[in-house]
Write a protein that binds this ligand. Sequence first.
Ligand SMILES: [Zn+2]
Length: 137
Amino acid sequence: MSTTHWLIIERDEDYIAKYGEDPDQPERKFSIECSDPAACPGWIECREDHSDATDEDNDRGLDGDEVMLHGEAHTYRYGYDWCVDFPGCVVIERAFEGDDHLEIARTHGLGRHEIDTDWDDDTCYLIAVSDPAEAAS
Ligand SMILES: [Zn+2]
């Protein structure tokens, strides 16, 4: 694994200043920190036109090879067609689409928590590396 990610959980001070704090449901601000966004692995379906891909390109793509199309390295993925490397950190982009960050806030509280990511297709699951008891101390 080449990059490390942290989930940063902070009090949402702007919100609390404006609306007050509900102790039962404190407002939280979430962000993801990536140790190296430029090197972070990830891919995205390429929306450019690929009609210039030759039969040979297609064959190589289906074999799992990287193919240069319109000046960029592409990989072929079933169900997505041609894909390119995601620019930057795909975890930052996708981390908050589920509820995992809310769950980690509940179990781990405020702070900077190292996380593992688990991908199911294009859904990104966040898993706290430390256990809750450890984080709470
Ligand atoms: Zn990343």
